[in-house]
Ligand binder design. Structure first.
Ligand code: ATP
Length: 452
């Protein structure tokens, strides 16, 4: 059963150390969250899975980790200074502020009043001064998307690798948007992480590549554990397209609060590389950019046969890490009735995403022999590099199982007095709750099997 209750997820996240409200001891900063000991593992596992699928398992994508602070010229030429805004409305009765495009009935969502201001554009970018003197001119932005620094590094990457179009540049990192109405837990926040690929293709082949990436990204989410019946493809209507997009398909997930965007796959055409091409005194569309034949620093490539210069088109799958975490928690969360009428909470995450891969539990707390044995097993499993393995020296097996069911640990390994005699341990499976006795020698193979 998929949870439809955000409260359960929020409560689990706080109780077990996945996600906390940021600045909580001072009352909290709205729309900003911190990831605790388990949250950071889950998030890192998700990002690693993305990185592997984008870079290690392909030969046509390179990685990048560019700066968060982004110069104003970049975000001027990208169009963000002028157009990256939401329509903001104030209610004259209760002073509540909200996004006009989220409430189309011309009523205040808080008090129902129709006495509202006209919508006005509110730019979502955070601005900050760079350097010791803040005279208002030397400002930069916290990037609102990771994509722009991929475009500004296009030539660096092309010149320092052997890539030719079609190829991609992938990046994972923080992005910042001063959202008018953050909320729905980590769904809409002001500081978040994105996993973005900019895939450069020849104009004319862009639509085929767009279809290819929509299919790839859909399958990848399903592989992470999203039930296909909860994931829909939505062709974004022309009137809702971002300023840079010719066509966008959103992957919409059935979040606890409704069907909303998890990832957007946009055909950004040559908009960005065109507008960042050097020797352009002002923003120009690509046809005009191409007239500038004598530029040697243009963000363009040469056709290998005709030697004509062209500005590649870009297909951009852009996924939110935080929305991914929320979706995967929602998919994995189960409450199961047990035979004795008790209930257990299970987080049935795919093992590659689980924050803890295995817990080694000595039967008796602080018993030196058992703990030493458990420590050696932990060391062996940890050295395989498949993720975090922990030694759970609590001495309460039942409690240990419950805790690890709830945080999604695929297996618990119990070390008892029999272990000292015959070198066997008990493996308990999270999903089936079944236990089996195996020799320590077989353990590594058993452990590796859960990731297949
Ligand atoms: P929305 O329409 O929900 O505001 P968007 O269309 O503005 O999203 P994009 O600009 O396409 O979002 O960003 C790509 C991805 O980044 C989104 O699919 C989402 O997963 C993530 N994202 C965007 N804004 C936020 C946010 N405020 N909080 C968390 N994740 C976000």
């Amino acid at each position: 059963m998929v949870s439809k209750n955000m409260e359960e997820l929020v409560s689990l996240c706080k109780r077990r150390g996945f996600i906390f409200q940021s600045n909580e001891i001072y009352g909290g900063l709205q729309g900003i969250y911190d990831y605790g000991p388990l949250g950071v593992e889950l998030k890192n596992n998700l990002k690693l899975s993305w990185w592997k699928s984008m870079i290690y398992e392909r030969d046509d994508v390179e990685g990048l980790d560019a700066s968060i602070l982004t110069g104003k010229q970049v975000l001027k030429h990208s169009g963000h200074e002028d157009t990256f805004s939401d329509p903001l409305v104030d209610c004259k009765s209760c002073n509540h502020r909200f996004r006009a495009d989220h409430h189309n009935d011309n009523k205040c969502p808080q008090c129902g009043s129709i006495d509202l201001t006209d919508p006005r554009p509110f730019n979502l970018m955070f601005k900050t001064a760079v350097g010791p003197v803040d005279d208002g001119s030397n400002y930069a932005y916290l990037r609102p998307e990771t994509a722009q620094q991929i475009f500004t590094n296009f030539k660096n990457i092309l010149d320092s690798t052997n890539k030719v179009v079609p190829f991609g540049i992938a990046q994972i990192g923080k992005a910042f948007r001063n959202e008018v109405t953050p909320g729905k837990f980590i769904f809409r926040v002001r500081e978040f992480e994105q996993m973005e690929l900019e895939f450069f293709v020849e104009p004319g082949k862009d639509e085929t590549w767009h279809d290819y990436w929509v299919a790839q990204r859909y399958d990848w989410w399903v592989h992470q554990g999203i039930d296909p019946s909860n994931l829909k493809k939505l062709n974004v209507e022309n009137s809702d397209l971002s300023h840079y997009s010719k066509a966008t398909v959103d992957l919409m997930y059935e979040f606890p609060h409704g069907l909303e965007e998890l990832e957007g796959i946009a055909n950004r055409t040559d908009f960005d590389l065109g507008s960042h091409t050097k020797n352009q005194s002002d923003f120009k569309i690509s046809a005009e950019v191409m007239e500038n034949k004598d530029s040697t620093t243009k963000l363009a490539v040469q056709n290998s046969e005709s030697k004509d210069w062209f500005i590649p088109y870009v297909i951009e799958p852009s996924a939110g890490v935080d929305r991914g975490v929320l979706a995967l928690l929602n998919e994995a969360y189960r409450e199961e009735k047990l035979e004795n009428d008790n209930t257990r909470i299970v987080l049935a995450l795919k093992p590659h995403l689980s924050p803890v891969k295995a817990a080694i539990i000595p039967l008796k707390r602080n018993n030196e022999e058992l703990v030493n044995k458990a420590r050696n097993i932990k060391k062996d499993l940890q050295s395989l590099g498949l993720g975090r393995v922990i030694l759970e020296n609590s001495g309460n097996i039942g409690k240990g199982y419950r805790r690890h069911d709830e945080i999604g640990t695929p297996i618990c390994i119990t070390v008892d007095f029999e272990t000292l005699e015959d070198e066997t341990v008990t493996i308990r499976n999270r999903d089936t709750m079944q236990q089996k006795r195996v020799s320590i020698k077989e353990l590594i193979a058993e452990y590796q099997k859960i990731f297949e």
